[in-house]
Design a protein around this ligand. Sequence first.
Ligand code: GLC
Ligand code: CA
Length: 581
Amino acid sequence: MPDFKQQVIYQIYPRSFADSNGDGIGDLPGIISKLDYMADLGVDILWLSPIFPSPNADNGYDISDYEGIMPEFGTMADFDTLLAGVHQRGMRLILDLVVNHSSDEHRWFRESRKSKDNPYRDYYIWRAPSPPAPLPKGEGGKPPDGLLPSPMGRGAGGEGTPPNNWQSIFSGPAWKFDEITGDYYLHLFAEKQPDLNWENPKLRQEIYTMMRFWLDKGVDGFRMDVIPFLSKDQRFPDYPEGRFGDVGVHANGPRIHEFLQEMHREVLSRYPDVITVGEGIGVSAGQANRYVGQHRHELEMIYHFDHAMPRDEQHFIDPAPEFTLPELKTIFATWDRALETGPDAPGWQNIYFGNHDNPRVLSRFGDPDGPYAYESATMLATLLLTHRGTPSIYQGDEIGMTNCRFDSIDEFDDIQVKNAWKALITPTNDPDLGRKFLKAVNRIARDHARTPMQWSDAPNAGFTSGPATWLKVNPNYPDINVAKQQAEERSVLNYYRQLLHVRRQTPALQAGTYRDQLPNHPTVWLYERLLGEERLIVVANVSQHETDMPIDLTGTVVLANYASVTGTLRPFEARILLERA
Ligand code: GLC
Ligand code: CA
């Protein structure tokens, strides 16, 4: 079995991880200073969110030079030191590959927009304006009632209307008119993130060359940003009826598998043991093996969005209710089964509860501010690290970091929140709506995951020696921080350490089959992992109410988050039991 199936990923959001020079922004020397911390935690693979030069419209997910280092983060020499330090400690390092789009400040785009015959023109997706014509009534392109009309058809001058009705994931139309040549370019994300044209073989070769540059340096692989979006339907049809604004429409385009197989042939297959994790936005369980099936020669693993916090524009006013436990169980069981069976099986997935695009997992499913913070954080850790798949731990989750309270829109940084506010609230000038929005983002915004890492109870959580930080520090840092948890035996951090150790020692937890034994139980998650003679049972009370043990369990306790074992399941109690056949 390849290594990556036994290993655990730790995701670092460099801007918020550790600041070495007091400017309030995390950096590479900061990460270097914490390598022993991560090795000691027991993780295997570090994934760095983007570290490349960027105007930071989307915090590095808008890259202006794919082969450099963001000056705020350090230098290429720092990067080389970091990579060597990771390898010295027996860990591996993967980078974020963001190639659905670049920054509009990338040299390619600056050239591309100059003229229609510029050699870089076809590196991006340009289309002439549609003539300004009202949409016929009742046809596919019409936004459903209740959605705010998009500012399409501004119409004056040569702008006409955008080529189709696609919406940016960060609000507004996905097309931006560019005066210089009188065409629109496509940006599925921010205006400053023009989509690259994967139809162009020259662009694809540039990307492959860049990937080889990093792999030749010794980088161990890539996490691939919005990879299912690369191939666009070249007819650029309006959204199908009933799916206006649905991001799923942009995923799994006609040539996506051809492109990934080409990437595999030209780059990935030439580097043994390269790790690839696709961000599987818009990929259903049934489609997953097309990307990760063992013989597909595409990716090693992807992660899905089925349990991610829904964050389409309307959710910034009316957030979706949180998933119930039976819903979560169905999602996990469905994915596990889909990867194991069906065409192109077997496949493998990367599993997560938290990342930089979701609020904190403890705030979603645990008891962040109540008496059971420890129990619920360790229970969630147990679930994450005992499911089948390669888990990713998001920075700070290993100490039970929580959502932060944001008192006004100005405290946010994330372009998704700011653009949604501009689209939904600014034009209405309605304070009630503004309050609703603020309440929603206090639950669902991505910035909750991006507040600085809480290292100690020193000012600014020990994240920086400087007076200010780029995003506010969660005021709960005196209670929740690494130094405190290192000193206490019973801490979330020490539980993670033990759990990672148990996982490493227990092949059934890595490769064993998964079987949910109580799919309909409203509060207890109880499943089996089985490999040969080794049978483990994981049981977790995903609620704050004590409950009877739903079935009799035998076996010895390998790890539990309560000191004693009783016949009931106390609030957020989790146990891992081992039975030998
Ligand atoms: C991915 C990233 C997210 C980013 C977006 C655009 O979803 O994870 O942070 O905003 O792509 O690059
Ligand atoms: Ca810094």
